[in-house]
Design a protein around this ligand. Structure first.
Ligand SMILES: Nc1nc2c(c(=O)[nH]1)N[C@H]1C(S)=C(S)[C@@H](COP(=O)(O)O)O[C@H]1N2
Ligand SMILES: [Mo]
Length: 303
């Protein structure tokens, strides 16, 4: 397992009392910024990039999770009723070991690390989130990807009794997403199970959600119950809803505007009413790591 930009800690190391780091502690951690094994820790890297994580309140009270309504405060109000235990992920399609993988069994096999990532919604707001999770590649290896698989499809739970938003046809339910296999296996792509060392709150996609930091936020599908390996590009919710506005790739790109608004700048959540908009970075600042995935592709066609 290659864990490059990160501090790692296993679940065995985690204290039973979840540690809730405040900004001061994070900054202290940043200053201590270890260069473990000759590689940047996630905090040292975040510091080098001038990334300051948003606070718990901002990350957990301003959400998009349309299964609970389209208002930014609907998920925080309504997702509490979602039952997230027991939980299992069906892994099927072109894999060596298809089956129902219990969430707890998955966790016991994985090393949980912290990843401090920029998060950029297609609506042109952004945050910085200190996720806890593991690389999706490690989960794919657990199931064993067959030769010939080229894409990974993801599906969110659909449980209308607990999801008041799905009574309205805002999107086709269940919410589905997809990645090319090389994107899915990229070391920046994680399955997040926590934030700030706590279990991930329901409104943020409990108990397990995808995080692909160089793509618009809607690619980072929440509360995943199925992962399917396929040889053809899977359908994705926002592309089905409006193919002219939302492509399969949806890489953050300041040079390709949304048909109805500019993507050149973004509003930082928590920045305050009068703070200037910030320039949006190519691939959300992860260009050095991911540009090679798209070599030779016209990103205005494959948007
Ligand atoms: N199942 C599901 N996943 C989802 C969404 C959703 O409505 N349903 N919203 C997406 C969008 S548009 C964004 S910006 C992010 C928001 O994640 P956050 O609430 O943790 O910031 O989740 C994404 N994943
Ligand atoms: Mo979004």
């Amino acid at each position: 397992m290659a864990h490059r930009w990160t501090n790692t800690f296993t679940r065995a190391d985690a204290t039973p009392e979840p540690i809730f780091l405040n900004r001061r502690q994070i900054i202290a951690g940043l200053a201590a910024g270890s260069v473990a094994g000759g590689l940047f820790s996630t905090r040292a890297r975040a510091q080098a990039e001038g990334l300051e994580p948003n606070d718990w309140e901002e990350i957990t009270q301003y959400n998009n999770y349309y299964e609970f309504g389209t208002g930014k405060d609907d998920p925080a109000r309504l997702a509490g009723q979602l039952t997230t235990s027991p939980w299992a992920i069906e892994i099927d399609g072109m894999v060596e070991r298809p089956g129902t993988y219990d969430f707890e069994d998955i966790l016991s096999e994985m090393t949980i690390e912290e990843r401090i990532y920029r998060f950029r919604c297609v609506e042109a707001w952004s945050m910085v989130v200190p996720w806890n999770g593991f690389e999706l590649a490690d989960l794919l290896d657990m199931a064993g990807v067959q030769d010939g698989a080229r894409y990974v499809a993801f599906e969110t739970l659909l449980r209308p009794e607990e999801m008041p938003g799905v009574s309205r046809p805002v999107l086709e339910w269940p919410y589905v997403e997809g990645l090319r296999l090389d994107e899915a296996r990229h070391p920046l792509t994680i399955m997040a199970t926590g934030i700030y060392g706590r279990d991930i709150p329901n409104q943020n996609g409990a108990p397990i959600r995808l995080v692909v930091p160089w793509k618009y936020g809607f690619k980072s599908i929440k509360s995943i119950v199925r992962i399917t390996l396929t040889d053809s590009e899977p359908p994705t919710s926002w592309n089905k809803a409006n193919p002219r506005e939302y492509g399969f790739y949806s890489n953050v790109n300041p040079n390709v505007d949304h048909p109805r608004w500019s993507q050149a700048t973004e509003r930082e959540i928590g920045g305050g009413l009068f703070s200037p908009r910030k320039p949006t970075l190519m691939f959300n600042g992860y260009e050095d790591e991911v540009a090679a995935l798209y070599e030779g592709m016209d990103l205005s066609v494959n948007f």
